[in-house]
Design a protein around this ligand. Sequence first.
Ligand code: GTP
Length: 455
Amino acid sequence: MRAARPRGPIDRNTEPLHMRAMTELSHIRNFSIVAHIDHGKSTLADRLIQSTGTVQDREMKAQLLDSMDIERERGITIKAQTVRIDYKALNGETYVLNLIDTPGHVDFAYEVSRSMRAVEGSLLVVDSTQGVEAQTLANVYHALDADHEIVPVLNKIDLPASEPDRIKEQIEDVIGIDASEAMLVSAKTGEGIRETLEAIVHRLPAPKGDRDAPLKAMLIDSWYDLYLGVVVLVRIMDGVLKKNDRITFMQNGTIHQVDRIGVFKPGMLPVEELGPGEIGFLTASIKQVRDTKVGDTITHEKKGATTPLPGFAPSVPVVFCGLFPVDSAEFEDLRNAIEKLALNDASFSYEMETSAALGFGFRCGFLGLLHLEVIRDRIDREYDIDLITTAPSVVYHVHMRDGTMQELHNPADMPDLTHVDHIEEPRIKATIMVPDDYLATCSSCVRTGAAFSRS
Ligand SMILES: Nc1nc2c(ncn2[C@@H]2O[C@H](COP(=O)(O)OP(=O)(O)OP(=O)(O)O)[C@@H](O)[C@H]2O)c(=O)[nH]1
């Protein structure tokens, strides 16, 4: 989804970490931050980065990790971002903390689940004025699924409406994790940040890995950079990755020579090697993001690993709509824009479509409505094309009388109804938790929304 992730150029003024010894596993902590939207995840990430001097104060801008314009304007995080923080703990030791910042919106749940596999722990940020909300739960379940150690962080304690004790209880009741030692934080004022850094070091586990085993690197994410080609974000599980190594992507067997490796601080900083437990990037003259499948295992061409790491489930589009240019003369521009965006976003699909009323356009698939809006905004903003968007729809299963089943992505493709036996639409199995007072209203909403409820 990112056009050339604007992290800024490789930091050439900074002395490369040449020959620097790899960080000991015991001194690495890999973690992510999970939260409901607006509970302060990006602000907390900013404070962690700033208070450790990872970024100089003069370079600091709010929501440092939200790099796309749309992310900044809407105050949402869309793609997972990574930063390496060097932290000198109170015990005098220096630790490398790798933070993967993950999106909060449910449309991007897939981004969350894949980033989770690359780290061992999570900070669970809950707004202490609001409490646990829908996506707090969805995201914390991803973290629990990935066997994370979880440190609860109650944020916004500077606000008068903050109720840390009630929220602690709620975390224990609803999520079922111990919140007695939750961190009390104001990401805004910086209160509790030092304690949170200490908790990351002492409460989250160090990664495991074997330096002498064959290389196994997990592909967490990839994006296209105008100058560097495809940049691949990896977590080294076993072995050591070095510049000029010949590597193979185990899923499709392609072989590449690594031409650059490095870490994000948060600009790209070259390093000589990445060892077990470390998170960093590589470039290897790869042309297309599609050639780098998220969840794939990267190993050495020679003496490589024979069994891949368990992969991730691929993301599948669930919402479909037609995108047509208002001015039909802009069709080629739209094609160009869509091809470029798809190059960088494996979860966005498209195919050409013609409509008697709207002319030439594309039928596109998205992860959800927010994903659709983001792509539409980007086409408008980055490519200056006015769009007509048709009503979003989901995929229907049309069962024909002859026993076959067709997937219907576009209402225009509806087969002759005399041949149709029945049609199935997707349903969501959801659990709604509400205080007693709202139960009656909520039940009637559920009924009018064509849902079936089970008590
Ligand atoms: N008063 C107060 N406001 C805070 C604090 N932390 C964050 N905020 C504000 O809360 C709002 C949301 O914060 P973000 O950091 O953007 O939230 P987020 O969870 O990263 O949101 P997404 O990126 O959409 O997932 C912003 O207006 C912040 O300035 C805090 O400790 N105290």
